[in-house]
Write a protein that binds this ligand. Structure first.
Ligand SMILES: [Fe+2]
Length: 414
């Protein structure tokens, strides 16, 4: 993999790459990574950004900051001598050099790890469902293990959770949908400030939200055409059937029960099974509903083709208020980015690129992998670009992947 840009950032840098400095040491080009930052007006939710000018530093001072944390690996043109003593400097310089050279390997490792995780999770999930179907005592521990791994990834780097959505094998729909919903729910929980202690139950509830479908005949679930009223009534029972299955497998926390039972409720009271409306629909059920609809519509099913994530985000916004919680939909847009992972985009540099994930704090500047030159109509050596750190390149438009013959999964895993 070759890089034409100064940085390729796919995972958080080691802790040692962060440094707290006095604000009067701040310079344009430094990359702020500071969750404790007092945000100046007009910079809401921007805890990660490159300082563009002296004016930015003034704004930070006016907001009451006297010190900031910067990310040395993502900062440009650092005057390291001003930032620490000689012992620290050697380490930082070596670290910066190493960070740049190993980052492409890090992405490859991350993709390999993700594939291995998905393979073992798929197997565990399939055994779990087979046990429930055959009436055996299903062991829920492997499901808890999947939830723990998803949370661990979200803690390390939320974008790796979202990247795995792209790697899911959509042929195994039940598994892919369950893990997709769970991953999105964790991302939404993080965005919505749900306490970390509740993430595990939430992740498990996402994995099990449709477990009641094992009580619905497969020919109905996979019917390509419109369902009859009787068939739809049967599909709806998966919520109550799922809730009763939970106690049999030892999952009795309130979040899982609520999500399994209420993920199809709508804010306008037109959902099922209880036609709850407004505040009667819990925050967890609202999060589950948004994750469920987003993942379902972006996936291929027997009765519909996969929609482009951008189109789905637009649809969700249109349905928010009446059907879905608008705040949760906005959190989803923040989480997946305006340019969701896996999207094909056109860059200012006349290249096509696939989106690797949103940049922290700036949904308009994703991390991308450029692979095709539009001017020469030729494939290029892959170049990973952090558009938030790039001074020259930017996204100028979305491309419809179906208009090109590229296999974006191959680009992602190359
Ligand atoms: Fe469902």
């Amino acid at each position: 993999m070759q890089n034409s840009e100064p940085y390729t950032v796919n995972t958080p840098l080691p802790r040692a790459a962060l440094k707290r400095i006095a604000l009067d040491q701040a310079r344009p080009g430094m990359y702020v990574a500071d969750m404790c930052l007092k945000l100046p007006e007009g910079m809401a939710s921007r805890h990660y950004f490159a300082i563009a000018s002296a004016e930015d530093i003034e704004k930070l001072a006016k907001a009451g900051n006297t010190a900031i944390t910067i990310d040395l690996g993502r900062s440009q043109a650092l005057d390291l001598d001003q930032l620490g003593g000689p012992d620290v400097l050697g380490g930082i310089r070596t670290l910066q050099a190493k960070v740049r050279s190993v980052l492409s390997d890090v992405l490859q490792d991350e993709l390999d790890r993700t594939r291995k995780f998905l393979d073992s999770a798929r197997q565990a999930f399939s055994t779990f469902l087979t046990d429930i179907r055959s009436g055996r005592l299903a062991d829920v521990d492997p499901i808890r293990g999947i939830a723990d791994t998803l949370i661990d990834r979200a803690d390390r780097d939320p974008s790796t959770v979202l990247l795995l959505l792209r790697l899911l094998d959509k042929d195994f729909y039940t598994f892919s949908h369950s893990i997709g919903v769970s991953a999105l729910m964790i991302a939404l929980a993080k965005q919505s400030d749900v306490p970390h202690a509740q993430w595990r139950d939430l992740a498990i509830s996402g994995l099990l939200h449709d477990v009641g479908k094992i009580r619905v005949p497969e020919e109905i679930l996979n019917k390509p055409g419109k369902l009859t009223d009787e068939e739809f009534a049967l599909v709806k029972t998966h919520t109550t059937a799922g809730e009763s299955l939970l106690s049999g497998i030892g999952v009795d926390d309130a979040i899982s029960r609520d999500v399994v039972l209420h993920h199809h409720e709508r804010l306008d009271g037109r959902g099922y099974p209880h036609q709850l409306s407004g505040s009667a629909v819990s925050a967890f059920a609202r999060i589950a509903a948004v994750a469920d609809v987003y993942d379902a519509l972006t996936s291929k099913r027997p009765y519909h083709t996969a929609k482009h994530p951008m189109q789905v985000l637009r649809d969700l916004l249109a349905w928010s208020g009446s059907h879905l919680d608008r705040q949760v939909v906005e959190s989803l847009i923040q989480s997946v980015g305006i340019f969701p992972a896996g999207s094909l985009v056109r860059l200012k540099s006349s290249r096509l690129a696939v989106v690797l994930g949103p940049a922290p704090g700036d949904v308009l500047k994703p991390r991308v992998r450029a692979f095709y030159c539009l001017a020469s109509r030729r494939r290029l050596p892959h170049a990973d670009i952090d558009l938030a750190a790039s001074r020259t390149d930017d996204v100028v438009g979305l491309e419809r992947a179906d208009r090109w013959s590229f296999n974006l999964e191959t680009v992602l895993s190359a």
